[in-house]
Design a protein around this ligand. Sequence first.
Ligand code: NAD
Length: 280
Amino acid sequence: MSKVPSITLNNGVEMPQLGFGVWQVPDDEAAKAVVTAIEAGYRSVDTAAIYENEVGTGKAIAASGVAREELFVTTKLWNSAKETWTRDSVLREFDASLDKLGLDYIDLYLIHWPRAMRDDYVTVWSAFAEIAESGRAKAVGVSNFKEPQLRRIIDASGLTPAVNQVELHPQLAQAELRAFHAEHGIATEAWSPLGQGKGLLEVPTIVAIAQKYGRTPAQVVLRWHLQTGNVAIPKSVTPSRIAENFDVFGFALDAEDITAIAALDEGQRLGPDPDDFDWN
Ligand code: NAD
């Protein structure tokens, strides 16, 4: 039994609140890192077609010896700017991801970016609804969507995304978007939950709280996510950090710590603003 708490998505599917992210991990290294993570206790992995490590991730899953139904696998459609997306091209990419992962279903399939300037995300979302209907994804959701785009797909399809995966950490706490999610039954998943391991982990408030509990700054930030209700998917390829980031269930921040961390919000993005993002 995993000790990771889960949240119940809006279609009843259970999703672990802590997962393992593999962005920027080369395919062969991903195979190793995901095995290490599963051995450490993680049961949820976050990959994407554009990460080009679905094959390695799939190999790790197959080699892990953990039953498929105990694992939660997320991947994402790279709705590239090279083409205008149609139902058929979305289904083709979904099949390609399944194939690379060596799986016959995905737990969570996400639209990677809205690319609102291209105005095809409603079409993409209706293909996602079809994938969900087929059972080949247990849940479907989006990533990097803002409120107007969420409203638009919900209104157009009647299907509310199960998850919106967005950049979120104490310096970009996304309070308004989280409130919208809560109102509509959308789970909030935090990407770059550790602020990419950059300045956030050296902020004096975080360091002081870590000292108070005899924990590390990364563990304090992950506790903040868990206690705030976010799903968090920290990434590391270092076995000791993979274990450290999972060892966050033996302590809890108090209300004073949560308030102190809330004061760190600067509304500062480390990654691109979804309004401008349209890479190939
Ligand atoms: P992260 O916040 O998880 O930070 C990862 C970095 O922090 C590591 O590379 C390492 O340098 C450092 N680190 C990790 N554990 C540490 C520890 N215990 N102590 C000190 N430093 C530590 O950032 P991320 O990789 O950008 O995000 C996590 C995951 O989110 C990705 O792997 C990916 O799965 C997902 N993601 C999604 C999107 C999206 O557009 N949907 C974008 C970026 C990332």
